[in-house]
Each structure stands twice: as C-alpha cells, then as structure tokens.
Write a protein that binds this ligand. Structure first.
Ligand code: SAM
Length: 282
C-alpha cells in the first residue's frame, strides 16, 4: 500500500534529492510495517536510525520505541525533520555523518538498543562492518540494504556469495532475511532489489578465537584470490613453509582447499593453530 506522506512531505518542502547520499525514500506502508515488526521494536527499546530522510520510518519507530535517536547528514533535511516530528518528545536528531559517530556515547546506560534503518547504499558495508568491529553494545540491527549485499551476509559456505563479509557478520550475529523489496517501493526508484535483513548480536562470538586480528587477516587473505588454495592465500603471513604445514596439520585442514569451503569454526581453528605456532617461534 502506498504511503503518501513521503511524497507529500517531499512536495511540501520542495525537497531536492541528492543521489550521492543514497537518497531513495520509502513510500510503501507494508515495507515500513515489516521493518518495524521485523525489528520487534517495543516500548523498552532505544532505537538508533541512520538516515531518517523525511522521517517516514522514524515516525513509525517513534510510535513504538521508548526513544529514537536519528542521525542524518543532509543539512536540508534537518529543518524538515524538526518540523514534521515536533510532536514527539522521545525524538533526538543528530546532524552528523553516521560513519563518524561514536555510538557508545549515544547508548551509554541503555539496556536494549536496536539499530533500524533504510541504509544509504553507498555506505552499507562500512557502516555494518564498523558497528560490528567496534563491538558496540546493541541487541540487533534491522536494515534495508541492497539484496546482493544481504545475500552475501546470509550466505552458506561453498556458495558464490560466501566471503569475508559473511564471516564477519556471522561471527558476531545470527542473520535472518525479513523480506525482499522491489524498486517500486521507493522514490526515486533504485536500480536494484533491496532486502530487509535482521542481525541479532550473539552473547559471545560464534567461535573461540585467540587473536581476532589474525583470524580476520587469514579470512581476508583467503578470499582475496577466490580461485586460489588456502595455501596460496596464506603465504602472505610470512610463516616458514614447515611452520605453515604444521599449522594446517594441527588444524586438520587440507591446504589445497579453497577459503570459500571453510566454516567459521574451521577458520577459527586454523587461525588459533597459526597463532600458537607464531607464539612458540618468536
Ligand atoms: N529513512 C528514510 C526512508 O526510509 O525513506 C531515508 C532512507 S535513504 C535510503 C538514506 C538516508 O541516509 C538519506 O536521508 C540520506 O541523506 C542519509 N545519509 C546518507 N549518508 C549518510 C551518512 N553518512 N550519515 C547519516 N545519514 C546519511
């Protein structure tokens, strides 16, 4: 069903879209409902919304959450949001680039913090990566992103979508596809399908990893050259041949396998064995 308020507000303020800011605004009520319901927002939640646009999703969130903190970079949207959402006393607007915000300062002392957003697509991966790597204390992230990126996040080993992003997200979170959204649900229409995906932060990472920097380095090296074997991918670690052989033997992993066939647990095992060898051969 069409949501006329997005179009009405755009017309009312004669708002001009900036393509480079990923401004594709939602115009479909069923998608708004599916995002809010998919995130299971309730009156105990503090919600952080990245990129509120003209406030269409924000309004739905404000009706359900204890508090909504929205971060918007486009200065022309600030007066629109202030005017359109002025009746809500549980709304805080931050005029900043979300990639430069310290989320800890926003969520200090709060119990359940959920990130909910129709993300600007040009910064989808850096934002999700940052939220996870900086280990912010939130409960879940429910975001609309390009379908292709959601498929990578939700992938299984040995599929063409499986890669470093899959492993990063699934190391920290359970992933669930909420729904696919066609271009017709936005103004202006994007060129690609979108997906609403929910990431539930695990109480502890999915695998026990001794050195996370090494773990993610091995993952990156293994996927940099997808067609190459693990052995070739891991040469860059600078371990002597015998030591690298020992790491694979200790982990019981065949060095001729390709990175895309390894589960998170296997990458963890391999990186822990490399870590032990490095420690004992300093
Ligand atoms: N939430 C609105 C909706 O669903 O209709 C708008 C979503 S639109 C895809 C992305 C929004 O993110 C725009 O309002 C854009 O100005 C804002 N944005 C783009 N880059 C940003 C950044 N680095 N930090 C914060 N907001 C950003």
């Amino acid at each position: 069903m069409a949501n006329n308020s997005t179009k009405d507000i755009v017309l009312k303020y004669n708002f001009k879209f900036t393509k480079s800011l990923g401004q594709n605004f939602l115009t479909d009520d069923s998608v708004l409902n599916d995002i809010v319901n998919g995130a299971e927002v309730n009156e105990n939640d503090v919600v952080i919304e990245i990129g509120p646009g003209v406030g269409t999703l924000t309004k739905e969130l404000l009706g359900k959450a204890k508090k909504v903190i929205a971060i918007e970079v486009d200065s022309s949207l600030i007066p629109i949001l202030q005017e359109e959402l002025k009746e809500f006393d549980n709304f805080t607007l931050i005029h900043k680039d979300a990639t430069k915000v310290d989320f800890n300062e926003l969520i200090e002392g709060e119990d359940t913090v959920k990130i909910v957003a129709n993300l600007p697509y040009y910064v989808t991966t850096p934002i999700i990566t940052d939220l996870l790597n900086k280990k912010y204390n939130f409960t879940s992230i429910t975001v609309m992103i390009q379908k292709e990126v959601a498929d990578r996040i939700n992938a299984n080993p040995s599929s063409k979508e499986y890669g470093a992003l899959t492993l990063l997200v699934q190391y920290y979170c359970d992933t669930k596809i909420v729904r696919v959204v066609p271009p017709s649900c936005f103004i202006p229409q994007p060129k690609v399908d979108s997906t609403v995906i929910r990431l539930d932060k695990l109480p502890a990472p999915r695998a026990v990893v001794e050195d996370e920097e090494l773990f993610f380095r091995i993952i990156r090296d293994s996927f940099n050259m997808r067609r190459k074997t693990l052995w070739n991918g891991m040469k860059g670690l600078g371990l002597e041949k015998e030591l690298l052989e020992k790491a694979f033997a200790d982990a019981d992993i065949d060095p001729k396998r390709r990175g895309e066939t390894l589960s998170i647990e296997e990458f963890a095992k391999l990186s822990n064995c490399v870590n032990q060898i490095k420690k004992h051969n300093r």
